[in-house]
Design a protein around this ligand. Structure first.
Ligand code: ADP
Ligand code: MG
Length: 683
């Protein structure tokens, strides 16, 4: 058995009531597997004896004492128990705040284990944070390293330890080792049973590290193996014969009215090379917000369509789908290319017609949200799949879309770039294209920081821009007011800003706005008379309104750096000077301020993404990429564990070279592990 296969419920463990089971479920612990993978957040080292004499000024003691006396200080309900102890090196007093019940548990003359932090106060060693336990010759704590778990509600550390101990006792002997012996030996890894035991109940601090390293190795190795196996499969598959050329694409490119940047041209050629190659394309296109990725993707689609194939473009929001469909219609419509917009909110009748057209290849370019991979959607001839803002999608969602075609070409696009090593981890050997240069004539957006309380100055500045005929966004972290917080909400500020800018038309947009209304509002903001758009971060991706020159983000510290950069990318989309105002709370931490300063001082999205990674780690980028699968990176961090990443990469490559199908007997459990965790890893 593998840990991943221990799906037995925790209610098979003894002495656990249904209330506790419900609470554990709330913590995400329902099976033996999830219980064993609930890794301690910390440890208390009680392995060494530390006498009271050694414990001075906030130092830790871990010793065996005799209780000499007990008394109470204070009066009535406020009285506090004190226990006087002695361990032959020194005596000390334990002040039992809120723990008067200890009086009943311990008598004078009892031998006890005591550990805690001590300090000298009123001429005597004392502790208010200690733990005390009756002496036995087989203590659960003294002489050991004790795990500390993150817990919720009435779940105590004691209960967690007891449950995990019991689970280990029952299930550890059944566990099989997924990693081949050779890898364990070569990398000096701790075997699985020992690693599970040591991570929960370590026999030394060094063994905690060894156990963690083993798990880190295993998860990166499994990830590499999956990705590599998929890409080997991909490279061994061939697409049907077809002839592509760039004639129509080049003609359309010339009709645009401006020249493509050098990088856009370069990327288009890179993509076309993949197009004519019968081995399926897997390419990631990275480029900062506003660098013109959409245009590249649309032009790259043309040779496919000309050759009689369909192209699907998936985007994270309906708003963005709508914008892309409009752009596509403007750019490609007049050349006879048929465009379909498929979203979740579509009316049944029109959806039916569209689905019929898609399945009979009467639509060439289908743009939409995740509804593109709905069960009822059948493509006649899908060859290219484009996924815009790909980091907004989970692995499972991408996989579902890929199932709609056989050996399709895949183009992922993202404005949140990731370092090369991380790309390697997350996408295996995807090819990467990068647009570094921005379209000419763009003025960098000027970013200003201001503390809440000074918004009037900014509102006045915005009014001045409105007078010039320009437009402004106001972004808030929440849709509606919640009593507990002092955060401004989009709804409330919509009312205020309507009064503030009474000569202008103000509109409100958030995720709960009805789809039809959303369209009307975006239409009104981009071409009509709406001057001020009050919104949440729904407008983060895609919205393209060139004459918007102001972006005001209130409670800016509430947003991630990447999101702020994306939001800022909504302005500065023409040759007009644009501004972003970040309003922050007066009680901002130094870290949070440093993040906002990073944004103020940089306009380069790549640099900001790197800073964001340094500050927050890769969590956000991994989210939706790896974590959507069953494989979670709990122990490893592809950025910090670069050496381990590279080692697992080469180990995985060597292993697959010898046994691509993992059919050798020594790979039985590895094969099972990969099948369990890879369920939905697509590329
Ligand atoms: P991205 O998707 O990379 O954020 P978009 O494709 O939305 O960027 O492009 C932003 C804007 O820049 C669009 O209005 C687009 O028409 C315009 N644009 C794209 N390429 C160029 C170029 N080479 N020269 C001038 N404008 C361009
Ligand atoms: Mg885009």
């Amino acid at each position: 058995m593998l840990i991943e296969e221990l799906s037995a419920s925790i209610n098979t463990l003894p002495d656990i009531g249904y209330k506790r089971i419900a609470e554990l479920r709330q913590m995400g612990i329902d099976s033996i597997r999830s219980l064993l993978m609930h890794i301690p957040r910390d440890y208390i080292d009680l392995s060494k004896h530390l006498s009271l004499a050694e414990a001075h000024m906030g130092r830790f003691a871990n010793t065996i004492c005799v209780i000499k006396a007990k008394d109470y200080i204070g009066q009535g309900r406020k009285k506090i128990l004190r226990i006087f102890v002695d361990d032959d090196t020194e005596n000390a007093v334990l002040v039992c705040f809120g723990r008067n019940f200890l009086d009943k548990a311990f008598d004078i003359g009892d031998k006890v284990f005591v550990n805690g932090f001590f300090e000298y106060k009123y001429g005597r060693l004392q502790s208010t944070s200690f733990s005390i336990e009756k002496y036995t010759d087989k203590s659960d704590s003294y002489g050991k390293i004790i795990p500390v778990y993150s817990v919720k509600g009435k779940i105590s550390q004691k209960l967690m330890r007891k449950l995990i101990k019991e689970a280990i006792k029952r299930y550890l002997p059944m566990l099989d080792e997924p990693l081949p012996d050779k890898l364990i030996a070569d990398n000096n890894l701790m075997p699985i049973r020992e690693a599970v035991q040591e991570i929960h109940f370590p026999t030394s601090i060094d063994n905690i590290k060894k156990a963690k390293r083993r798990f880190a190795y295993q998860e990166l190795f499994a990830l590499q193996l999956m990705l590599m196996r998929n890409s080997i499969k991909r490279k061994k598959s061939y697409q049907s014969y077809a002839v592509f050329d760039t004639e129509l694409r080049d003609k359309i490119e010339k009709s645009i009215g401006f020249a493509l940047t050098v990088d856009q041209k370069k990327v288009l050629e890179e993509i076309f090379k993949d197009t004519i190659n019968p081995i399926p394309m897997a390419r990631l296109l990275q480029g900062d917000v506003g660098s013109g990725k959409t245009l590249v993707a649309l032009l790259a689609s043309v040779p496919y369509i000309e050759a009689g194939f369909q192209v699907a473009m998936m985007v994270p929001t309906e708003l963005l789908a709508l914008q892309h469909a409009e752009n596509a219609a403007n750019l490609l419509g007049k050349y006879g290319i048929r465009i379909g917009l498929l979203t979740g909110s579509q009316k049944t009748a029109s959806r039916k017609t569209l689905l019929a057209a898609i399945s009979s290849c009467e639509v060439d370019l289908i743009i939409g949200t995740h509804s593109l991979f709905g069960n009822d959607v059948r493509y006649k001839n899908l060859r290219l799949i484009i996924i815009d803002e790909q980091h907004k999608f989970g692995v499972a969602q991408r996989a579902k879309l890929l199932e709609k075609a056989s050996n399709p070409d895949i183009l992922l696009m993202s404005a949140t770039p990731i370092p090369r090593t991380m790309a390697l981890t997350l996408y295996g050997d995807m090819d990467i294209s990068t647009i570094k240069t921005m379209p000419p004539g763009r003025k960098p957006v000027i970013t200003r920081l201001a503390v809440h309380g000074k918004e009037e100055k900014i509102y006045a500045w915005v009014e001045n821009e409105l007078k010039k005929g320009n437009k402004a966004y106001f972004v808030y972290p929440m849709i509606e007011d919640k009593d507990e917080t002092e955060l401004k909400s989009a709804e409330k500020m919509y009312e205020e800003l309507k009064k503030r800018y009474k000569n202008y038309k103000v509109a409100l947009l958030h995720s709960k706005t009805a789809e039809e209304q959303k369209k009307a509002i975006i239409q009104g903001f981009s071409h009509g008379d709406i001057s001020v758009l009050v919104a949440t971060s729904v407008i983060e991706v895609g919205v393209n309104v060139p004459n918007a020159t102001c972006m005001v983000i209130e409670h800016a510290e509430r947003f991630g750096l990447a999101t702020l950069h994306q939001l800022r990318g909504r302005v500065g989309r023409s040759d007009k000077q644009a501004y972003t105002f970040l309003l922050y709370s007066s009680n901002l931490t130094e870290d949070a301020k440093a993040r906002l300063m990073t944004l103020r001082n940089n306009t380069d999205g790549f640099l900001i993404a790197e800073e964001d990674l340094k500050i927050r780690g890769p969590g956000d980028i991994l989210e939706g990429t790896v974590q959507a699968g069953k494989l979670r990176l709990l122990f490893s961090n592809p950025i910090e564990d670069k050496a381990l990443l590279e080692k697992t990469h080469s180990d995985a490559a060597r292993l697959l070279k010898a046994d691509i199908a993992l059919l050798r007997p020594e790979h039985t459990y590895l094969n099972r592990l990969i099948n369990i965790v890879s369920g939905d890893i697509a590329i």
